[in-house]
Design a protein around this ligand. Structure first.
Ligand code: R5P
Length: 298
């Protein structure tokens, strides 16, 4: 096989199932950190083929982005002709406008950077809000996987009588899709974010849904404040403890523990970011996207 799947050692366990599914040579890259703070990336040159998929989820992106670019350069030096970045979680999509005077639009700068180093991008449900398409900011072809079919299957198999709840208008796109697939009712709330950890969510009249199991769904769980604030409203309204589903579980600080302590019955995520809450496996659709970009059969 003319294909290598590479990931940073111990960072993206999904790389093993992706390599197996694509019948690619699997290898890892190691990062050596010098005392002065610089990094050196080391690969196993004998495992590098002309087409390479780099699996690197971009959660906590700043410490990994420079090694990732160094890896891309190293791979090209060792003969890689085509470099596909498979980043199940794509960072810097939420800074999609200038929220305060003096700030930059990070989503654009980040996209320029990645576009210079890779030939194509595969990702899962990027946070497209004011930017409507990755093509607006990425100069390379991108392929987006939608987790909704897998999430709907998970809900169908694990939750009785679900009521789907989206915490803000941005989640409406996912909630409507999920509701159609799961044939479940849904409501979308209104959120006001005043700061990184200061979130207010308004909940409409929900008493009629007391016999349902609330399923909070969001694309990203970061501090968990959006979900925690929603949980406290649902509790006051007498609804049962909700199942919280996020596609990308970043869980900044103690967010996972805090969410459970706030009253989530269970917290479930996809494996775009490795975490003990992963219950939705994205391997198959990610590999289908890779096959389509690489024009592979099977
Ligand atoms: C933002 O609009 C996203 O869709 C999520 O609602 C947000 O990232 C959740 O953040 P947090 O967990 O910090 O409230």
């Amino acid at each position: 096989m003319d294909l290598t799947a590479i990931a940073f050692a111990e960072k993206d366990p999904i790389s093993e199932s992706v390599a197996a599914e694509l019948n690619a040579v699997h290898t890892t890259a190691r990062i050596h950190r010098f005392p002065d703070g610089e990094s050196c990336v080391r690969i196993e040159p004998e495992k590098i083929r002309s087409r390479v998929i780099i699996i690197c989820s971009l959660f906590h992106p700043d410490p990994i982005i420079l090694p990732l670019l160094l890896l891309a350069g190293t791979l090209r030096d060792y003969g890689a002709k085509e470099l596909i970045l498979l980043a199940p979680y794509l960072a810097y999509m939420r800074q999609d406008r200038r929220f305060q005077e003096g700030e930059g639009i990070s989503a654009r700068y980040f996209a320029h950077l990645l576009s210079d180093y890779f030939d194509a991008l595969i990702t899962v449900d990027p946070h497209l809000h004011r930017i409507k398409s990755l093509d607006e900011i990425y100069a390379i072809p991108s392929h987006i996987i939608h987790a909704a079919p897998l999430v709907a299957d998970w809900i169908h198999q694990n939750v009785d009588n679900p009521l789907l709840i989206g915490p803000d208008s941005e989640s409406e796109q996912w909630i409507k899709d999920l509701a159609q697939r799961s044939l479940a009712p849904f409501i979308v709330l209104e959120k006001i974010r005043r700061g990184d950890r200061d979130v207010e969510v308004s909940v409409p009249e929900v008493k009629q849904w007391r016999r349902h199991t609330p399923v909070l769904f969001d694309d990203i769980i970061s501090t968990g404040k959006t979900m925690m604030e929603t949980i406290s409203h649902l509790k006051r309204a007498g609804l049962s403890a909700p199942v919280c589903i996020g596609i990308h579980g970043i869980f900044a600080g103690d967010a996972y523990r805090d969410l459970l302590a706030a009253g989530a019955e269970r917290v479930v995520t996809a494996n775009s970011i490795p975490h003990s809450s992963n219950a939705i496996d994205l391997t198959v659709p990610l590999c289908a996207a890779a096959r389509s970009i690489l024009k592979l059969s099977g």
